[in-house]
Design a protein around this ligand. Sequence first.
Ligand code: FES
Length: 105
Amino acid sequence: MKQDTCTRSAHIFICTNDRKGKRKSCADFNSLQFKTVLKQYIKDKGWSSQIKVSSAGCLGYCTAGPNIIIYPHKIHFSEVKLENMNKIKKAIDELMLNKRKNQGN
Ligand code: FES
């Protein structure tokens, strides 16, 4: 086993857990489309090497789904709808702006 320091600025986890209607899950709201939108946004911004966007299994907030969490910043978006993407993009922009400020750029 190897252990290294993660060099990414952020990791965005989008719950795409699908319980196939047996119980509420984020996939009931087509949460996979959020991943597509955010991945494209990160790519368009040229941040793909700095921010990873991943599907996640259950994040433990099923009743408030769909859920998106940004680590290590502890930002949790719940009850996300497609029309909320701009707000999430703005939060990502702020993270990257703060990173640049902290680096003195
Ligand atoms: S199914 Fe998405 S948080 Fe549990």
